[in-house]
Design a protein around this ligand. Sequence first.
Ligand SMILES: [Zn+2]
Length: 353
Amino acid sequence: METGNANRKKIRGKKIIIFLTSLLIITAASFTFLNESIVQSKPDYDYATITNKVQKVGNHADVWSSKTETKEMKFIEDQQDAAKEASYFPDQDTAIREMNKHWALFPNTAVPGDVILVRHDSPGTINWQGKEYTLSSFGTGYYTYLPIPMSIEAGTYDIGTQQLTIKDKTFKKSYITVSEENQNIRRNTERIMADQKMIDKARSQSADEFLFSPDSEFMTPVEGERTTPFGYTRYVNGEYSGSHTAIDWAAPTGTPIRATNDGVVALSENFYLTGKSVYIDHGMDLFSQYIHMSELKVEAGEKVEKGDIIGLVGSTGFSTGPHLHFTFWVHNVPSNPDMYLGKTPFQLVDEKD
Ligand SMILES: [Zn+2]
């Protein structure tokens, strides 16, 4: 694990900003305007307060030297960034604690197939499981998701100054029987490869910020019976077929499928293997995937909000009956959606440190 060549001066500057920011947050209780701008977790309220302050600075521009004004504007910008980032955490104390750390992991214990969110106080990269991940600026910090491969060994891994504990998990086996005709679908590798190219391209372009709002928890996308959980080892007609890196819900054809959270539709296509499929970008290289649908209700490029109907349950592509096959893709690695259902990544904070 290593960070890129982060400049020491920058780190020192950042530390000072964070120190000042935290000092201001801590003293916020005694100042009404700060109390309003930082303590309130609703971002629109924060922005309204900050906008008022920006206007005040503007009105007094004639009596202020331009240097002081620039300093003040920078100060307000930092406050705005800190308030925006803090609003994503469950409460103010957690925000202060996590935003003052050099490195933070959400969460710091995981199992194969999980995903963690990493925060660092400086820009740079992380080498994780043979791949390099660039940290993206958000608020006053730098973030990236890291996928935990299905093949990872249990143990302790260093990420910056933090330790990630990977626990063992045994996945059950699942046996399915399909018709010869259905089996043939999987043998047309040329068509599958052509579709995969398009899917990989869509999944490699993600928004450089979190597209869901601060308290928007990921929701279960369909009402149905959970038939296959994430991670089951699959055998198709007695042959080993890899891990089922998704959750299946059986539901009648035509049951509405909803966006698990806010985002932008990256793909809405009828693919050979996965049938009518939708991919939604939630920002920072986290995508949700919905396949085998009977009908597509959105188009690529469309902005969606959590709960919007994006398609209907079906059995298109390589499928044995009407169901939704739903998963997350993190930097092009399938990851267990159960991690985030009913939560946001920022709520997976370990309380003990
Ligand atoms: Zn499935």
